[in-house]
Ligand binder design. Structure first.
Ligand SMILES: [Zn+2]
Length: 74
């Protein structure tokens, strides 16, 4: 994928955890007390496994230092 800001090729990779679920949380909400919790209007990112954690595909632009999630797996 090319960076939508500068047009240069982006480096593919992952944003990942060991045990926690990744999610986007809107301002004013809290994620919750469990490591797999997602806030009421939050968006889970990547596939979650209780033992392996979570991994969301993401591309990185070294010129802009921006990371873009490649997609949202529910
Ligand atoms: Zn860029």
């Amino acid at each position: 994928m090319n960076c939508p800001y500068c047009g240069k090729p982006m480096r593919p990779g992952w944003i990942e955890t060991r045990g926690e679920r990744l999610s986007w949380t809107p301002h004013g909400e809290k994620k919750g007390g469990w490591r797999w919790s997602v806030s009421s209007h939050g968006i889970p990112l990547g596939k979650y496994s209780f033992f392996r954690g979570c991994r969301a595909a993401a591309d990185y632009c070294s010129a802009c230092r921006k990371i873009i999630l490649s997609g949202i797996d529910l």
